[in-house]
Design a protein around this ligand. Sequence first.
Ligand SMILES: Cc1cc2nc3c(=O)[nH]c(=O)nc-3n(C[C@H](O)[C@H](O)[C@H](O)COP(=O)(O)OP(=O)(O)OC[C@H]3O[C@@H](n4cnc5c(N)ncnc54)[C@H](O)[C@@H]3O)c2cc1C
Length: 466
Amino acid sequence: MSESIDVLIIGAGTAGTYLGWILAKKGHSVKIIEKDKREDVGNRLDVIHFESDRVKKAGLPPFNPEDPDCIEIRDTSTVITPDFETEIKTRALLSIVRLTPFLNKMYKILESDGVQLEFSTKFESLIFQENKIVGIKATKNGEMKEYYAKLIVDASGTKAVVRTSLPKDYGVETFSLGPYDVMYVLLQYIKWTKPNLPHPERDTNYIYWILWFGPSLSEDEAILGVGQPGSYENARLAREDFLNQIDLPPYEVIKKERGFTPYRRPPYSLVADGFLCIGDAAAVTYPFSGHGVTATWMLCMIAAEIIDRELQKGGYLTRERLWDINVEYFRDQGAKFAGLLTQLSGILNFSKKEWNYFLKKGLIYKTGEDDELPEPNKEYEQEMSLGEMMGFIMKILWGLITRKLSLKNIRKLLKANSLANKIKVHYEKFPESPEDFESWVDKAEKLWSQKKPAIKKLSTVEITYK
Ligand SMILES: Cc1cc2nc3c(=O)[nH]c(=O)nc-3n(C[C@H](O)[C@H](O)[C@H](O)COP(=O)(O)OP(=O)(O)OC[C@H]3O[C@@H](n4cnc5c(N)ncnc54)[C@H](O)[C@@H]3O)c2cc1C
């Protein structure tokens, strides 16, 4: 049995669903195949956070806390210093969503817009003609089926089942995610058994441990989350270090979830002949939070415009014809994320004492005057005026003089910042056409090789961030 469509997407998670939807709305025939059953997709995670401004930009129907897929819409978040003395309020526009009900709501919308969804259908292998991808083979109920399409999209999540099966010389890197390419996340859904006793309020972050109390299903509940690279054990030990130091009221653990989220640069090219990768399959996540959902929607918006333009012209979608997806993505969000990922390698070296100083002096989060919370930095980059820059430098100098900051770590921070800037500028010059790609990659490789690992020493474990 075989079928032919414009675009075939593998994976009906948040990435594949969104791209399929916006392409169908542009009038193209789209099929999404998904290995799980319809009602099971997404149930690896229950509660998930979406950046509200990006939800709006992506043109999704607004969330409503009265609906089964939305718990709450928030606009503030709290950061606590590692000595537990200071609380910093930040503006964070987040929609707190339940993943499986959200996906099921989207599936109905997609179907009414003409997307064909096929569940319990597993991608097995690619089909080539004259060394170019033209389709895939998939199994459904033990039967092998062939699907032909002008474009195959890998939206299969962290396994990247299609991208990792590409021939090595096809034009997109085939790496799999190793232990230091991801953040291992442990979530405990907890219930405060004496809710009247003071406890961390909803959405409180202890960023020194990369640990948080997120909103959960009711007022007396929270999600205790922690994320670290290397192993789940590292994440568990970081949580243990935190719990040894904080005085929390009693709670019971109702449910546990775990998983990992990409924490590395995406492949240098997201496209090849008849091929595109998006979402976790392309390692597109916000470097500072590990969130991936709305980050990839921004890539999908770019991709849909270019795919639409090229499908209208007719013919096979070659690497050259899809190339603008790389150019538009990497010169903008891709460049910012590459810079931020590099900056993190400077920040993650800080000791507990240094985190206290940086947070209290407003060097990481601008805290605003007179309780006025600053607007979030929507483009995820810090623009500093000359005055702010001077203030920043003075505070660093003061931290050095009073020995609250170490010269060694400040040097590392400055080096990481300088490299971050170079990497960002390099991505902003992503080559207009594939001819200049090889030399661009050579330089990118040299820059990334200068990124130094950061090390955090907790009482329970030493964690390396590569
Ligand atoms: C614990 C944890 C908490 C997180 N919290 C947040 C958060 O709050 N906010 C946020 O934005 N991000 C969060 N993330 C990251 C987020 O979950 C991912 O970035 C996002 O889900 C990626 O979407 P995706 O569609 O690319 O992949 P997925 O959601 O993994 O979807 C891929 C789909 O492809 C299917 N598939 C795989 N192989 C095949 C195959 N062979 N054939 C057919 N189908 C296949 C899978 O079954 C799956 O349904 C979190 C991650 C973890 C682990």
